[in-house]
Design a protein around this ligand. Structure first.
Ligand code: ADP
Ligand code: MG
Length: 389
């Protein structure tokens, strides 16, 4: 689950990670009130969307007076911001973060994420702050310094000192940086984060480290342990079909292709997507209905697939194990009776109760093409794709 910068910063403050003073505002008036409360000399007004690259796209405004804060907030709220992370459609701004402008002596990069090769969190730092870390990694990998957190031992001071020295700080500043990282690692583990990124992390004129930006992604599987954090979800930032799918515990990710697919099991879902591509088409989604799907879940999954306007045909590929083929067939037939099925549907079924499943489909009177194995399903997709062109 992604969080907004203002939400991440509130969590940072709770865990003792220093950030600039500030608060979120939903209107120009609210922004004005926040600015007056802050009593700062200069302010920053920052668009709150689930994407970075706002600075370059005009989503971060540096201003001098509370009245200018109000004007900047009114300009940003309601605007569609297009950054290199939003895609061409951009994202609409509903909120802004108003904060005190900081004096920046130096900008750094700091991130923590799970290193899946080493099975532990990795701390990534660079003196190239404010830049895209992917570009730094490509062009000058020697400017990136990493330390790994041992799950049993935890983060150690010597690791922080090592990073501090590599970044060019003296012992005193390296000790300050170590204390900063120590809090950040505790936060990362404490909230079950999968990514925590501060870009830029700054050193102020007063030689304090401060998180100027904050990106925090929480592991969805850890959310049941943090009911307070679950409430921070902002569904207006998510794809509407994905929000709908999450209501029914469906593992659904919308993609840009034209063949909708419904599969049980993540491995089979990946293989099916490969098969669609191999046939010359593009998958419109990833969808794993799961092993224990009920007819109701299948029905909802089918409805969600069909409501994607890009979908020109649907491939249902089920290996009946725990999810029996007759359950699947019942769900699909029920859904197809409710949704207008105006696009070709190919179904490949194997496994438990496959005969019953096929019978339900054949007797439904609906127009499904039943495929005999993966190869046949693939050939049927090819012929559909050819009919488009
Ligand atoms: P994004 O990563 O989406 O572009 P950032 O939060 O990193 O957004 O802000 C972009 C730039 O704006 C920062 O690199 C920094 O130079 C400036 N900035 C952001 N917040 C502040 C602040 N509180 N004080 C001073 N400058 C800021
Ligand atoms: Mg940033």
């Amino acid at each position: 689950m992604k969080l907004h910068e203002y939400q991440a910063k509130e969590i940072f403050r709770k865990w003792g990670v220093p950030t600039p003073e500030g608060a979120v505002a939903l209107s120009g008036i609210e922004a004005l009130q926040v600015a007056k409360r802050l009593q700062a000399e200069r302010f920053v007004v920052k668009a709150q969307i689930h994407a970075g690259g706002r600075g370059k796209a005009g989503g971060v405004k540096l201003v001098n007076t509370p009245e200018e804060v109000k004007a900047a907030a009114e300009y940003l709220i309601g605007k569609r911001l297009v950054t290199h992370q939003t895609g061409p459609k951009g994202k609409e701004v509903h909120k802004v973060l108003v904060e005190e402008a900081s004096s920046i002596k130096q900008e750094l990069y700091m991130g923590i994420l799970i290193d899946r090769d080493r099975n532990r969190p990795v701390i990534i730092t660079s003196a190239e702050g404010g830049m895209e870390i992917e570009d730094v990694a490509k062009q000058s990998p020697e400017k990136i310094f990493k330390e790994w957190v041992d799950p049993l031992v935890g983060f150690c001071s010597f690791q922080g000192m090592k990073l501090g020295f590599k970044l060019g700080f003296d012992a005193k500043l390296s000790r300050k940086l170590t204390a900063f990282i120590d809090k950040l690692v505790r936060l990362f583990e404490g909230v079950d984060a999968s990514l925590c990124e501060i870009n830029p992390l700054i050193l102020t004129d007063e030689d304090e480290f401060l998180a100027l930006d904050a990106k925090l992604i929480l592991d969805d599987n850890g959310l049941s342990r943090h009911p307070d954090l679950s409430e921070l979800r902002d569904i207006t930032e998510e794809d509407p079909l994905e929000v709908e799918a999450s209501k029914y515990n469906l593992n659904y990710i919308k993609l840009d292709g034209n063949i909708g697919c419904m599969v049980n099991g993540a491995g089979l879902a990946m293989a099916t997507m490969d098969m669609i591509k191999f046939s010359g088409a593009e998958p419109a989604n990833f969808l794993d209905v799961g092993g224990g799907a009920s007819a109701e879940m299948v029905e909802n999954a089918f409805r969600i697939l069909m409501s994607d306007k890009n979908v020109q045909a649907v491939l249902i590929n089920i290996f009946g194990g725990i999810l029996r083929c007759d359950t699947l067939a019942t769900g699909v037939v029920k859904a197809a009776r409710k949704v207008r099925v105006d696009r070709p549907i190919i179904i490949r079924l194997e496994g438990t109760n496959v005969e019953e499943g096929r019978k339900i489909l054949n007797e439904s009177g609906l127009n499904f093409q039943v495929a005999d194995g993966m190869k046949d399903a693939s050939e049927k997709i090819v012929s559909i794709v050819q009919s488009f062109s």
